[in-house]
Ligand binder design. Structure first.
Ligand SMILES: *[C@@H]1O[C@H](CO)[C@@H](O)[C@H](O)[C@H]1NC(C)=O
Length: 256
């Protein structure tokens, strides 16, 4: 008899485990989410409670009892609502803090359905960094992010990037002689996608067309000018002071 009980218990356990759904939901920060029990709770319903389990802590997200909705936890205040007919919970203005497992009790009985919510930061709009190479007809375009990176050119074709340290990907761009060609970098995660501004070929090889404006040239000119200024200061200023002082001294004595 006790064996039969155990067997029944195991069968019940296995079937409830199989039936109980754990639904994974992924949302971006600022989004809204709604989820509910598989079926609307059959009347009569005395109470509905949604619980939030995060890092082993369980709090009540929203509770409906005696015709009154209660939101005891500040994490859910002003952004959470409950449809008492369907049992559906809605949370707006999601933050990373709302990630975790959600369970529902109907008339104090925990339901099989539960939801695992992951709230992610959306990716930022990427900015392409341009780095010159030793070859003036070749530059490197760098996108420094840890999310998924997709490089494209103006024909919309995907370009294969290489790993950039410590993070991101770069592509090697050769001057094609068409100033209208452009390149973009797109970041992607589960909840969002952002594409950089276009970088046109005409903005990449300015130094190539007018080599006189290269950085090296400007740096050399600056160094020469600074050196000249120092040489002038050291060589000419002290003697000038000295000779003036001597002259003034002479003038004073001559006036006496
Ligand atoms: C874009 O990239 C593809 C693949 O590398 C290449 O065949 C195509 O010529 C490129 N188009 C332009 C306009 O650069």
């Amino acid at each position: 008899m006790s064996h039969q009980c155990l067997l029944v218990a195991i069968v019940v356990f296995i079937t409830t485990e199989a039936v109980s759904g754990n639904t994974e939901v992924v949302k971006a920060v600022g989004d809204e989410v709604s989820f509910g029990p598989d079926k609307p709770p059959p009347p009569p319903v005395s109470s509905i409670t949604w619980k939030h389990i995060k890092d082993g802590d369980t709090v009540k997200a929203i509770e409906w009892e005696d015709g009154e909705k209660l939101i005891p936890n500040p994490r859910f205040k002003d952004i959470t609502d409950l449809d008492t007919k369907t049992g559906q919970i809605t949370i707006t203005k999601l933050t990373v803090e709302h990630s975790g497992v959600y369970t529902i009790d109907i008339s104090l009985k925990e339901q099989a359905q539960r939801y695992t919510l992951t709230v992610m930061e959306p990716v930022p709009k990427p900015v392409i960094k341009i780095e010159p190479s030793d070859n003036p007809g070749v530059v490197y375009l760098i996108c420094e992010y840890s999310d998924k990176i997709i490089w494209r050119n103006s024909t919309g074709e995907t370009l294969t990037g290489s790993a950039h340290h410590p993070k991101g990907k770069f592509i090697t761009v050769r001057k094609e002689g068409n100033p209208e060609i452009f390149y973009t970098c797109t970041l992607q995660n589960t909840v969002s996608e952002e594409t950089s501004d276009r970088v046109y070929e005409r903005d990449l090889f300015k130094g190539f067309e007018k080599p006189i404006l290269t950085n090296k040239f400007v740096i050399w000119i600056s160094i020469v000018v600074i050196c000249l200024v120092f040489i002038l200061l050291f060589l000419f200023i002290p003697p000038l002071h000295g000779s003036c002082a001597a002259r003034c001294e002479r003038q004073k004595t001559s006036r006496k």
